[in-house]
Write a protein of this length. Structure first.
Length: 92
């Protein structure tokens, strides 16, 4: 297993511990070379957020996207709030 696979597996474990799912796509698209998708199936079937990156980029490389994914898992975004220790969509 290479270092990318190890990091993705660790991210998947972190996501699972937080009731989320991560999918990693390692193929070139119009948005980049790879994408990290984060799903919260309790809220919707499609992904909540995706981090597209380029392997050789100085700004959107794998490590940057990985950090952003961890940050989202831990803090979510403005659509969410923590109620009684659980993340929920605001207004629900």
């Amino acid at each position: 297993m290479n270092s990318i696979e190890i990091k993705i597996n660790e991210l998947k474990a972190k996501a699972k511990a937080n009731g989320l799912e991560v999918r990693f796509r390692d193929h070139k698209t119009t948005q980049g070379d790879f994408c990290i998708f984060i799903y919260d199936k309790s809220i919707r079937k499609t992904y909540m957020v995706g981090y597209d990156g380029n392997w050789k980029s100085d700004t959107t490389n794998f490590d940057f996207c990985l950090r952003q994914a961890y940050r989202w898992i831990e803090k979510r975004d403005r659509r969410f709030e923590k109620v009684n220790g659980k993340w929920v969509l605001k207004g629900n």
